[in-house]
Design a protein around this ligand. Sequence first.
Ligand SMILES: [Zn+2]
Length: 113
Amino acid sequence: MHELSLVLNIVEIADEQAKNHQAREVESIELEIGELAGVEMDAFLFAWDAAVRDTVLENAERIIRRIPGKARCAECGLEYETGQLFEACPACGEYLNELIQGRELRVRSLVVH
Ligand SMILES: [Zn+2]
């Protein structure tokens, strides 16, 4: 499962950060997950609950920021929000675009104690 490996990766990052700060626990963790990052949120949250047990993240407050998809039209340059990878430009109807936002998948911040 793709989501589980994502969570395990986050646990690893958190573990390293906690060690660097000689902390036993992470108090809160803030994640950025783009709406076009291909993450199934239900699966992600399910995997999270299972994977953080007995780790530094077990009691951490989890803050998730969803980043909406945004594309720039290759034809007219319009920037528009999009919920999918292939969506026509609302101004000119062109399908060719450059995704400028929405694929983020990162730990934005984490607080240890
Ligand atoms: Zn356009």
